[in-house]
Design a protein. Structure first.
Lengths: 260, 282
């Protein structure tokens, strides 16, 4: 698409006043019966079908501008909106208000284990994942060899993944997920896999993937990790951006809030 | 070198409306549909994995359908006093097409609910799941299609080149079902009761559609409405008639095409309007 253009200069991700509301349908509110009954008993027709159900405001008025070189740490309590924000950045949730706009290829590195059939062999997992993402067959073939080599699973890759140990599964999924090239990397906690030796290798691979990307956004509770990776922090509180700035300032703001 | 990954390209998501939205949705559906290899391979993989640890593999599909056709076919054929050499092919083709239709609708209405993990973790266009499901159902249909061939070898009824019209009939049916899946998948994700209602309706419609019985056997003028007002009747008939050696008349073709276009338009409109909400309802 833009093989010759200086991609570094164009990668960006801009959120303007983004809000995400989750309708919370309890089993009764979700059913047709409710809607039908409400209509029958003379409820206001034309009012939103969602009216009357609880809405969780996961994000409210989030505006941020990510530029090449940004290494962003997302911090905040559980439920502050970190994962939701990551999913908005990944294009999984379309904001219910506000806009998201940007340029660059994104790689969400979370929920790695989702969507694999346990009857599939390791090689088939690689192939199917590639197809799911719409990667060209020739690229899949090439990646396949590289993933096989990195995961060190050898002949196991010809066996169904249901025969794998948990550690082997993680190694495979990690190798697949990190085989992509992306401009924007999105992570929900660091992913570490394998035994001591493999872990080191995996960390190096992840680090080099991040180094090659233009933008990193990672949510984590580990300050040492965030300090080593990031140059910018965003503190989320109740779905809003409480602070956006240098990492130190964010950490101290977070500590103040926690003790308050 | 930079690897272009389709489906993950970042684009402006500013709200836009009406025709523009409809057009872009239709465009996305066409682009994805054209990537036949992508969803067809996924569909094949699903089928193979399901039967991987069995001896007969996917031919279990054919075997279980054969069991139904011969047992139910023999009982009802005898019950109605029909000639088995004409009744069995009629019933077999009817029930195979019906199974395709009802499975598409029943599984289609749950397609997003069952792919929830994927949808919430990977930014993959939703219709890919629909195409994958359609592919899976076509593979099942292909396995079942062996059965009428066996029956023809047994009974050798008259067929000519016009039998190829069945493929056109099937194509019209696929379009109709594609639209239906696009709409039902979304409604059933939002209203979880609906799938139950639909599955109850489908078993009812199986009895009301001429599959076990012949359309001509409804003689009372008021009652034939169950045949003529039943969209599934047309979708079955345009596949069954050519295979049994009669070319469907123009009225059948036109009605079936109208049903398909209506369903397709409704499905696309529904999808364009609500696709971004699906992930919130999972």
């Amino acid at each position: 698409m833009h093989g010759l253009a200086p991609v570094v200069a164009t990668t960006r991700l801009t959120l303007d006043g983004v809000g995400v509301d989750f309708p919370l349908y309890q089993t009764s509110a979700r059913s047709l019966k409710r809607t039908a009954l409400r209509t029958l008993v003379g409820g206001v027709i034309g009012a939103s079908v969602d009216s009357g159900c609880t809405v969780i405001q996961a994000l409210r008025g989030v505006s941020l501008d990510l530029r090449p070189g940004d290494r962003v740490a997302l911090v905040g309590h559980n439920g502050a909106g970190k994962t939701t924000l990551l999913r908005v950045l990944a294009g999984i949730y379309q904001p219910t208000s506000g806009t998201i706009d940007g340029v660059g290829k994104r790689a969400p590195l979370f929920d790695l284990q989702v969507g694999f059939d346990e009857e599939a062999t390791g090689y088939e997992c690689i192939q199917l994942r590639g197809l799911m993402l719409g990667i060209d067959r020739s690229v899949i073939e090439r990646k396949s060899a590289e993933i096989a080599a990195f995961s060190e699973l050898g002949d196991y890759l010809n066996l169904p993944v249901r025969t794998y140990s948990t550690g082997m599964l993680l190694r495979l999924f990690f190798s697949i997920a990190t085989s992509v090239e992306a401009d924007i990397i999105l992570m929900d906690e660091w992913i570490g896999v394998g035994d001591e030796r493999f872990l080191e290798k995996a960390n190096a691979r992840l680090q080099s993937l991040i180094d090659r990307a233009h933008i990193l956004v990672i949510a984590s509770h580990s300050r040492p990790l965030l300090s080593s990776l990031c140059n910018r922090g965003i503190l989320l509180d109740g779905g809003r951006i409480a602070c956006d700035g240098p990492l130190d300032a964010i950490f101290s703001a977070y500590s103040t809030r926690q003790s308050a | 070198m930079r690897i272009a990954e389709r489906g993950n390209a970042l684009q402006s998501m500013a709200p836009y409306d009406g025709w523009a939205r409809l057009r872009s949705t239709a465009g996305e559906l066409i682009t994805l549909g054209a990537e036949v290899r992508r969803w067809w391979t996924l569909a094949w993989a699903d089928t193979r994995f399901k039967y991987r640890r069995t001896t007969f593999g996917p031919f279990w599909i054919t075997l279980s359908m054969a069991a139904t056709v011969f047992s139910v076919g023999l009982v009802f054929g005898t019950l109605f006093g029909s000639d088995l050499s004409t009744y069995l092919p009629y019933f077999a083709i009817g029930i195979i097409v019906w199974t395709f239709i009802s499975q598409c609708i029943l599984e289609g209405s749950l397609v997003y609910v069952q792919s929830a993990g994927h949808i919430k973790s990977t930014p993959v266009p939703l219709p890919l799941h629909v195409y994958r499901l359609l592919g899976r159902q076509l593979i099942l249909l292909g396995h079942n299609a062996l059965l009428p061939i066996v029956l023809w070898l047994m009974f050798q009824w008259h067929v000519d080149l016009a039998a190829l019209l069945a493929l056109l009939g099937l194509a019209i049916g696929v379009v109709a079902l594609f639209g239906a899946i696009l709409a039902f998948s979304i409604i059933c994700t939002r209203y979880r009761d609906l799938h139950q209602i639909i599955s109850a309706l489908m078993s009812l419609l199986f009895l009301l559609t001429p599959i076990i019985w012949l359309p001509g056997s409804v003689r009372s003028p008021g009652l034939d409405v169950v045949v003529y007002a039943n969209p599934f009747h047309y979708l079955v008939e345009i596949v069954r008639q050519p295979l049994l050696g009669t070319a469907p008349d123009l009225r059948l073709w036109l009605t079936a095409t109208a049903i398909a276009l209506l369903s397709l338009f409704a499905g696309i409109a529904f999808h364009a309007r609500f696709r971004h909400r699906v992930v919130y309802w999972l």
